[in-house]
Each structure stands twice: as structure tokens, then as C-alpha cells.
Design a protein around this ligand. Structure first.
Ligand code: SIN
Ligand code: CO
Length: 376
């Protein structure tokens, strides 16, 4: 699969020559691809209040964005070009989850989500750049992509979305169903629908270092342990009682220097941070869960799979699911690693009692299902 997906390039060549470096156009990356949702399903998601969507319409010079849920009356034929974009399609649709994970030749820790857009003729979100890597896979119809590696990233002031003031494209490609364009961060691009079309964007995480640091400090709060109580047996009479003394500042500065962290703290932080579900994600526990024995029988026969909303990652024997660390017995680790890598395992035979209890617990929380169970 990776073979057509990258136009015959090996993953190694893609990583060394293209990833985060230069665009790659792949004709027929996914032969026969026309999308994972129909236009009606896409519009239904756009109208759903639990789904993050944007509706973008424009004239020659003005842009308008409406955040979801969308009105059915907007998703109709209009004079002005428009497009509707749905974030996190992988969360709502197992086929979307599968499509996203075809790209896990890039580590899952870097994967973000699958977005889909539908546009009428001439619709699009305008010339802009993104801070993240993206694979743009054409669903139905055709889209013209103009792209540029320009350094000028000045945006139109006061526009409701990021639109480049002076876009100077250097490549001009028309993508047809199954064609794909990879763009590194900061490459300017403008996708213009030719007739009605859908585009699937496989996007990657790109946290700023500031965000990582802030989240890490949040994480550290819960593990921080500084003993002792502020004390000043050497206190001297101050000329100004309202003054914060240098001695007090020195004493607190010295105390704060005792805050340290280890590589294990960073590991624990990354596991929790990278598997934390997005704020609007909720899991559905099964209404009438299988009994433990029925569960084991179902999974032994048909296998076990993660829910489309679940995130399971591991590092050096430590496992994390949906924001929480989970202890896993050494003998169970290969099966759990296979589950994390492939998001499914064919059987759970061979797992210890504790391992099976863990999988049963995840099933009861709605994090995973016996493979034969239809996912909601
Ligand atoms: C789109 O699908 O219209 C926009 C995708 C992008 O430009 O990142
Ligand atoms: Co973009």
C-alpha cells in the first residue's frame, strides 16, 4: 500500500528527501479512491453540534467563516463559491480512522487527524500556509492546487481566516480522485475546486515548544513534591514593613531551584499528552456489555480492535491509553504493542489473566471492542 501511496518511493527515501523538506505530488496514490463518506454523510456531520466544522464562503476580496453546527440552508447551491470543512473525521467513522492510519509510516505520535472538505465550483479556503505537514488526498471531483515556497507570509489584516496578502504560486497542479499532494509546513497553497469536489487532509501535530513546555509544567504539578515550610529564624527588623526583602526572594529562589525532572517524567508526560483525547471526544460504554466469558470468546474468535476515538501509544514497556498510563505485564507487551501499532489484533489468546482483564476494562469504557461488534 505504501508503495502506491508514495508513488513507488520507499518510506526511507520519502523521509530523507521530502518529509519536512519539499512537496511531493503522487498521481493515483490511492487508486480508485473517491472518499470515505458520501456527500450526504458529510453534510450530516457538518450539521452535528458535536462535530467541529467550518463553512467558508468568499467573493474576490472578502472572506466569511461560520463555525458549526452548520445550517442545512447553507449547504445548498448558492451564487457565491463555498466550502465546508470537517475536522476529526477519523473519530466518527472507522473508515476514516483506517485511512488516517495508512499514514502511520510516520509515527502515530506525530499524526493528528483526518479532515475532509467539500467544495462547490471555485470554492476553497484561499491562499494560506499551515504550520504542520499535510497530505492532501483528492476524493470526488477535481481540485487545482497552486503552491509556493515564498518567504513572505504576511496575512490580510482583519480577515476571519489566514489569507496571504501576496500569493505567488510556483506550481500549478490539478488533482483527480486518488491523487495526492504532500506539503511540508509553511508551504503556501491554495486549493480551488473545479466543479464540486472533496479533499481529505491527513494532518500532523505541530505543537509549539511553548505549548509543550506549558503542558509539561502542568503535568509536573501533579508529581511535584517539595518538602518543608517557609521559615525565617534569621529574620531582621525591616525599615519598610511593606517591602518584600531580598532575603525572602533569595530563599524562595533557592527553594524553586529544587524543582527538577527526569527523563522518566518526560516519558510520562509525552505518553499522557499525546494520547489525551481532544476536548469534544467522549466514549460510549456498551449499553449491554458482554459478560467477561462471552467477551473472551468473541475476541478469541474474531479479534479485538481499538475504537476510532482511542489513542494507544507505548514507549519502552510503558503504555498509555486516552491520557492515562496503564501497567502491562512483560509477557503481554508484544500483543499490546501489536494492538497499538495496528489498532487491532486477530486474537487475544496467550494474554495473561491481567492482560485480558485490561482489555475487558477498555471494552467496558468504550475504548475498544471485540472486532465483530459494529462500532458506533
Ligand atoms: C481544503 O480541503 O479545502 C483545505 C485544505 C488545506 O488547504 O489545508
Ligand atoms: Co492548508
Amino acid at each position: 500500500m505504501t508503495n502506491t501511496l508514495l508513488g513507488g518511493l520507499s518510506v526511507e527515501t520519502f523521509l530523507t528527501e521530502y518529509w519536512q523538506k519539499k512537496p511531493l505530488l503522487v498521481r493515483q496514490a490511492v487508486p480508485g479512491f473517491t472518499g470515505v463518506v458520501t456527500k450526504d454523510e458529510l453534510f450530516e456531520l457538518a450539521r452535528d453540534p458535536d462535530v467541529e466544522s467550518r463553512y467558508v464562503t468568499h467573493t474576490e476580496t472578502t472572506w466569511e467563516v461560520i463555525h458549526g453546527p452548520q445550517k442545512a440552508s447553507d449547504l445548498k447551491r448558492k451564487k457565491q463559491p463555498w466550502t465546508v470543512l470537517i475536522q476529526g473525521l477519523n473519530l466518527f467513522c472507522p473508515d476514516g480512522d483506517e485511512l488516517l492510519h495508512r499514514f502511520d509510516f510516520i509515527p502515530q505520535a506525530r499524526l493528528d487527524d483526518l479532515m475532509v472538505s467539500y467544495a462547490v465550483d471555485n470554492g476553497g479556503v484561499g491562499p494560506h500556509f499551515d504550520n504542520y505537514d499535510v497530505f492532501l488526498l483528492q476524493g470526488i471531483g477535481k481540485r487545482r492546487w497552486l503552491i509556493s515556497d515564498q518567504d513572505d507570509r504576511t496575512l490580510i489584516e482583519d480577515a476571519p481566516l489566514k489569507i496571504l496578502q501576496d500569493f505567488r504560486p510556483v506550481y500549478d497542479w490539478v488533482l483527480e480522485p486518488g491523487d495526492m499532494l504532500y506539503l511540508p509546513p509553511h508551504w503556501a497553497h491554495n486549493g480551488i475546486a473545479i466543479g464540486e469536489c472533496t479533499t481529505y487532509s491527513i494532518g500532523f501535530r505541530s505543537p509549539t515548544y511553548q505549548e509543550l513546555a506549558q503542558q509539561f509544567l502542568n503535568y509536573l504539578q501533579d508529581t511535584l513534591q517539595l518538602d518543608g515550610i517557609y521559615a525565617d529564624p534569621d529574620l531582621k527588623h525591616q525599615a519598610h514593613s511593606a517591602q518584600i526583602s531580598d532575603q525572602m526572594i533569595d530563599r524562595v529562589a533557592e527553594t524553586l531551584q529544587r524543582i527538577t525532572w527526569t527523563r522518566e517524567d518526560v516519558r510520562g508526560f509525552l505518553g499522557a499528552y499525546l494520547t489525551e483525547p481532544k476536548p469534544h471526544v467522549f466514549f460510549d460504554s456498551p449499553d449491554e456489555p458482554l459478560e467477561h466469558d462471552e467477551f473472551v470468546e468473541a475476541c478469541t474468535k474474531d479479534g479485538y480492535r481499538l475504537d476510532a476515538r482511542s489513542l494507544l501509544l507505548f514507549t519502552d514497556g510503558h503504555f498509555f491509553i486516552n491520557g492515562e498510563p496503564v501497567p502491562v505485564e512483560t509477557d503481554d507487551q508484544p500483543t499490546l504493542q501489536a494492538l497499538a501499532d495496528n489498532r487491532r489484533v486477530d486474537t487475544i489468546a496467550g494474554l495473561s489473566e491481567e492482560g485480558i482483564a485490561l482489555l475487558y476494562d477498555w471494552y467496558c469504557c468504550g475504548f475498544a471492542h471485540p472486532s465483530a461488534n459494529l462500532m458506533e
